[in-house]
Write a new protein. Sequence first.
Length: 316
Amino acid sequence: MVHVLTFERPVADLVVGVRELREVVEDDPQLQGELKKLEEKAASLAREVFISLSPMQKVQLSRHPSRPYTLDYVARLFTDWLELHGDRRYADDAALVTGLARYHGRSVVVVGHQKGRTTKDNVARNFGMPNPEGYRKAIRMYELADRFGLPVITFVDTPGAYPGIGAEERGQAEAIAASLETMSRLGVPAVAVVTGEGGSGGALALGVANRVLVLEFGFYSVISPEGCAAILWKDSQMAPLAAASLKITAPHLLELGVVDEVVAEPAGGAHTDPDEAARLLDLSLHAMLSGLDGMSPDELREDRYRRFRKLGAVRT
């Protein structure tokens, strides 16, 4: 069953209609012109609907179950993908995928959160919430990248690190802190992409990069709107107000300097056309990574240090 959010229903219905019509008129040249008009109308309606979304609606869109996840982007952007498993200490964490790949002909290390599509897969992936072993697997990959001079590309999409008792017993806070420290001292280029949810320290553990991108309907926050509302107002129904107050959506993140670029999504969101979403991301990702070429390890570390030291500056 295709999941459709309430506010995207008009667009979704029109897109489905156009798709069905395309199958009917595929071999009829006379109707191709009419089909093109309908496709343009669908794209125009999507732009009208989605340009005025509230912060909370954007948060909902970032969590859309049909949204592309890390492995979807890996399949579209990289070649020679080789997934590597395990932290060499405790276990392999399916909520965080890592591996080696080629990107525009160069070898890179890829690290990213991974959610599931079905209930069974989501349970296996722990709904994209890594345990300590997931972050230690990421650390292993960061160190491998540093040793062999490979750029690091991370994909951020998690509600946050898993808060379970077992995770705490195995050192969740220490694992996240160690991940932050390891990324901060990388002597290779690092680019992070917030593709969906950027939840708290569980997201930041993959975000200490030279350049940070966010997709148009992604968000990045120290806490979820629901969690913030529960703390401040003791009422999760106040989440829309919290989402607006936190300034966690892409335009605010760019304005505040938390991210370096907002990557446009296809009309209606990345889930409506994953191929086009990947193409648009590729343009920005390749440019950002290429812009870091030629910098020495010390220059990359200094660049990363300066980037994060600037965060939090305010005008008085």
